[in-house]
Design a protein around this ligand. Sequence first.
Ligand SMILES: Nc1ncnc2c1ncn2[C@@H]1O[C@H](COP(=O)(O)OP(=O)(O)OP(=O)(O)O)[C@@H](O)[C@H]1O
Length: 569
Amino acid sequence: MSNKDAVKKLVSLLKEYKRIIYFIFGCLIISTGLNLCIPLLSRSIMDYGFIGGDKELLIKLVMISAILPIVNAAIDLLKEKKRIDISAKLEYSLSEKAFQHLIKIKANYFTGKNYTEIFNNLNTDIAYMVSITDGAAFFIVTQVFSITGGIIGLFIINYKMTLLVLIYIPCKYLLMKYLARRRKLYADQYIEDAQKYAKWFGDTVGGVHEIKLFNIADGKKQEFEDKQKKVIIQKKKINLLGVWNASMDTLMIQLLIMVLYILGANLVFDFKLSVGSVFAFITYSTYVTAPISGILNIGYMLSGIIPSTKRYYEFMDLQEEEERGNPLTHPVFGTIKLRDVSFSYVLDKPILKNMYIRFEKGSKTALIGKNGTGKSTIIGLITRMYEPDQGKILLNEEDVLSFALSEYREMISVVSQQVYLFDNTIRNNICLYKKKSEEEIMQAVIDSGLKDFIDEVSLDYSVGQNGSLLSGGQKQKIAMARALLHDKSIIIFDEATSNTDVYSEMQINNLLHSRLKEKTVIVVTHKQEVLKEVDQIILLGTEGLVSGTYEELYNGNQDFSEMVDLLNR
Ligand SMILES: Nc1ncnc2c1ncn2[C@@H]1O[C@H](COP(=O)(O)OP(=O)(O)OP(=O)(O)O)[C@@H](O)[C@H]1O
């Protein structure tokens, strides 16, 4: 995305609030106009009131100049209320769109992603984009009015001295531009270092157990110092430059005022200018010179907003899962087939090649094979987290991609080795926003072997972030109860009992013949008790797959018999 496109996107975001923005600009023009009257009023107070001795006029003018700030403050309040309103609406709208998109993005985006980094980047980008509506942005518009009005005021008072102010403008502009360029460089570096730090921080906190177990706190502390130091140094440079900026700004304005006083005094002594005019002139000259740094800030402000806008829209352009297919009121439950399926995560590194597998309706299948042979990948394809590069996955002879995604997924439950539990109660983790009766919940709790634990803590026990207050086995049982309660047609257990105790495991095995009798069940496991129970075993190897019953494979496949013998040793 080019800078121009990013600006277009930003402008189109603001279009929605066009009327409010016009209102804010209206307020800005009125209040700048009122401010521009103040020096002329001061001049009259000085020349006609004090020096001319007109007491009545003096009181009137003083009262008018007291009312002006009150009117200005009222306009400002109104304008700020509207501006804060746009800002809040824009922030919500950008965050909501990002969140909606995030949960629909294809699964491969999340592989190896650091969640702190995703959160930090989105937050930073949205904050920068929203800053287009902050006070400073609108203030810049005021600055333009202020300069224009100031120059008019200067010309009205004395055009010769105005030329001096106009010569001063490019000098200050060049100095400020130099400082602004430096500040942009520092700011870009700061953003980059802060991002790296956020990524590192997320990664480190995620591995806090490893840090303790392997006693690598010193190494991590060193990394922290390196990364955090870089961020702090850049921040310090930016702050220092800000101080330089402000000091140079004040110094140059003071220099100009000094020259104007000297020239003004000469004109007063020659009776070419009144005292009040000199003061009014000096005030107008600050209206012209002071906003230059503010205007240069546009570039600085945009230098943060534009990269963030680009990154935000690059994120928003990431491919989402397609909810394609006609919605089905009654999804078809039937035989699933992988027909000539090939799949790779990375180009030219196929994980599955021309694979044919058949999962008969209501059958029980065990998927086995060495680590990395593609068992979880097959599950990912069946659940449509990924799509085959070649071949098709069929449900009742229909390509699963032709089914509406959410309805298709409504047919499947997965209990995996790495269960994710939300930071909520056991009940809510089991029900997952579906209304279920107490009896149904309790039955699922009993069947999953979770009953003893529930008797101990109750269904309303909070499990902590990703079930951190539970044991691995308890987490798996909750996932099991969840799968049973939702009563889907196809149930997949991916090493689902790796953490459960032997009693619970037996109980779960029994489910294959009771509660799950009618379901299509796919189990990834090497446990013999299960392998003996299932209708077919699919053994995945690097060269492809073999399938059969326990006896068929034990008698006809060397790899399988060797594996079983190893388990029996
Ligand atoms: N998201 C991914 N991106 C790239 N490669 C991946 C990804 N997920 C898995 N792989 C690779 O794909 C291959 C198959 O992985 P998969 O998880 O399907 O194997 P598995 O048989 O389930 O292994 P395990 O028994 O260890 O759980 C592995 O070589 C793995 O490194």
